[in-house]
Design a protein around this ligand. Structure first.
Ligand code: HEC
Length: 215
């Protein structure tokens, strides 16, 4: 109960009015943050076990496959298939909240964040942790970018909008890559160059589309 009383007393000290009483009721919600939950997994675990599998479902949902048997336009067709895609978009959107939770560690001791070889460009878990702790607002911003795209993908799945959903796949991929370029392999020049090239290509395609649209 102590926790409930402190913010109330503080609110009442400022002004005794109807509004401060309302704030009084709301205050304990903000004050109970970390006690209400337990951080079970690390960022590493969440990537491997939640974010990656959920995003794979989204990336694979709409695709054009060229096989020996011909062209296969892959897309969700039944209500059940759309519901599966929608659910995975929700998993991804909510996973972004897991990433944002204060105190979440980058990795457990012994987790490998680097690829093989002496010149592996990835940072160590400690280096990633230091970057996250150094500017939490930035970390939250990158997680929110992913969340925004996942929410749009969920809406597109609800509408059963194949084209919209396909376009969002690319936006989700960009949100993954931008965070990885910042926190995981900021020294990987080849990855940065690929990202910049893809970005330039996207902007060019968008421009062409706009010009085509105004003709
Ligand atoms: C907010 C930042 C952020 C976003 C957004 C993000 N990641 Fe990550 N991801 C990380 C960091 C940091 C690591 C390296 C940490 C580690 O492996 O311990 C990582 C590592 C990974 C790994 C390697 C895990 C392992 O087992 O070594 C995979 C796979 C991955 N991310 C997939 C994705 C995918 C797919 C997306 C988008 C759908 C995504 N990530 C979005 C921060 C992010």
């Amino acid at each position: 109960m102590r926790r409930l009383l402190i913010p109330c007393a503080a609110a009442l000290f400022v002004t005794v009015s109807a509004t401060s009483l309302v704030q009084c009721k709301k205050a304990p919600v903000a004050a109970t943050t970390t006690a209400d939950y337990e951080l079970v997994g690390t960022v590493h675990d969440i990537m491997e076990e939640i974010v990656d599998p959920a995003s794979d479902v989204l990336f694979d949902a709409v695709a054009t496959e060229i096989t020996a048997a011909g062209i296969n336009e892959k897309r969700p067709r039944t209500d059940e298939e759309w519901a599966h895609v929608e659910a995975n978009a929700l998993i991804l959107a909510e996973a972004a909240n897991l990433l944002k939770m204060p105190g979440r560690k980058a990795a457990s001791p012994g987790d490998q964040t680097k690829s093989e070889g002496p010149d592996a460009p990835e940072l160590t878990a400690d280096e990633i942790q230091a970057k996250i702790d150094g500017d939490r607002a930035k970390w939250v911003m990158y997680a929110t970018r992913l969340q925004d795209q996942a929410k749009k993908a969920r809406d597109a799945a609800k509408r059963k909008d194949v084209d919209g959903f396909f376009a969002l796949g690319e936006h989700i991929d960009v949100a993954c890559e931008e965070c990885h370029l910042e926190y995981w392999y900021p020294n990987d020049k080849a990855a940065r160059a690929l990202y910049e090239q893809a970005k330039a290509d996207r902007e060019k395609a968008e421009q062409q589309q706009q010009q085509g649209g105004t003709k």
